[in-house]
Design a protein around this ligand. Structure first.
Ligand code: GLA
Length: 386
């Protein structure tokens, strides 16, 4: 379904269900070019917002009730502003979590009606959840004129996920949702939150996402485990240098020197993160020089790190990357996002993309016996009212 179409459905549903004229927010999903599982280690990431989004039709009410309608899952959930409790419906918790965070800063003055839905595939690693969280943070800030700045909105949306949904995610997904810029990726230092836009518009290359359709249900528990393992590594390494606060402070040499001091699994987790930060900085230089081939090689290396050291891949993702690499038609390919399912991101020459997609589909179905979904994406701007 086209985006315009989806937006119309959301708007129409709002009028039918609640009446009146809503405001519409477009809140995008994201890709990440390089820098995976580095954000919560105070490292670097390079995400970009995409042309797949959640649309939120929203208007204030006169009472203190919040009424949510989720078009894609045909769901409805109402709750009073005074009682923000975890809902039995998981989609509602992304919104309640944001209202909860905002209420901790200052009371949200009134309730609201909202209808939402979109075309970000759920559970595919494109941050449909952050699109809801940050999209609602942005929407509430505007309709109630709360006056929060962009970074405050990002942090509230992230804390909603951490505290209400219970995933200890980093800041990447919510940050790019709010700060995304058309035609550019964003290089973010997750320690200082300094960022640069990296132009990524090219007539020659395109981004192709290949979706295993394996839902990453394991992801949240394993995600929290990875985070704990990185923290364990930092604790152990701090015994040898008390200036170490995060893996950001650890050089590859220092880590190697202390291999014997770490649990072997924790060592491999740390090695991946330390190498990935270096790869990202070198990759940003590649892009600045216009050397996409060198950048693409780093994507393959990242995949190997995520597969062997960080162990967040799965057979389906590995098969897709292997097929892409062997095809000779992909400049770079790797699993993307939290892992255990979802998509690979592929950097492909535009004029070879059709051939690439056809070839991967065929070889993958021969090898794994399943079909994939394919999304060719463009880089769009962050959450905004239309
Ligand atoms: C998820 C999290 C992000 C980030 C990625 C992995 O998308 O929400 O904060 O950690 O996984 O890079």
């Amino acid at each position: 379904m086209g985006q315009a179409n989806k937006r119309e459905i959301i708007e129409r549903t709002f009028r039918e269900r609640y009446g009146g004229e809503p405001k519409i927010v477009r809140s995008p999903g994201r890709v990440n070019l390089l820098g995976e599982h580095t954000d919560y280690n105070e490292g670097f990431v390079m995400p970009a917002a995409i042309n797949r989004a959640v649309y939120i039709a929203i208007a204030p009410r006169d009472d203190k009730t919040v009424s949510l309608t989720a078009v894609d899952v045909n769901g409805r959930y109402d709750f009073p502003l005074e009682r923000l409790e975890r809902a039995p419906r998981s989609w509602a918790n992304y919104v309640i979590g944001v209202v909860d965070q905002m209420s901790r800063q200052a009371p949200v003055p009134r309730g609201f009606n909202a209808v939402f839905g979109g075309d970000i595939p759920i559970g595919a690693g494109l941050s449909s959840s952050a699109a809801l969280e940050a999209g609602f943070a942005h929407a509430l800030n505007e309709i109630f004129e709360l006056g929060y700045d962009k970074l405050e909105l990002v942090k509230m949306a992230q804390r909603a996920e951490n505290e209400f949904v219970g995933v200890r995610c980093g800041i990447m997904d919510q940050f790019i949702n709010i700060f995304g810029k058309k035609g550019s990726a964003l290089k973010l230092d997750c320690r200082t939150l300094e960022y640069d836009y990296v132009p990524f518009e090219s007539d020659d290359v395109t981004l192709v996402l290949l979706d295993t359709r394996v839902k990453h249900s394991l992801a949240s528990s394993e995600y929290n485990t990875r985070r704990a393992q990185c923290e364990e590594g930092v604790e152990a390494l701090r015994n040898f240098d008390d200036k170490i606060d995060s893996l950001r402070d650890v050089s590859p040499e220092f880590l190697r020197d202390h291999e014997a001091d770490l649990d072997p699994t924790v060592y491999r987790r740390c090695r991946y993160v330390v190498e990935e930060n270096q790869r990202l900085l070198a990759g940003a230089d590649d892009l600045a020089r216009g050397d996409v081939e060198a950048f693409g090689k780093k994507m393959f290396e990242t995949h190997r790190g995520l597969r062997d050291d960080y162990e967040v891949s799965c057979a389906e993702l590995d098969a897709l990357v292997e097929i892409a690499e062997r095809s000779g038609l992909s400049i770079g390919s790797r699993m993307m996002g939290g892992g255990f399912g979802g998509c690979t991101i592929n950097l492909v020459k535009r004029d070879a993309s059709e051939k690439f997609i056809e070839l991967v589909k065929e070889r993958y179905s021969k090898k794994i016996g399943k079909d994939i979904s394919v999304y060719q994406v463009e880089i769009e701007s962050g959450a905004a009212f239309l």
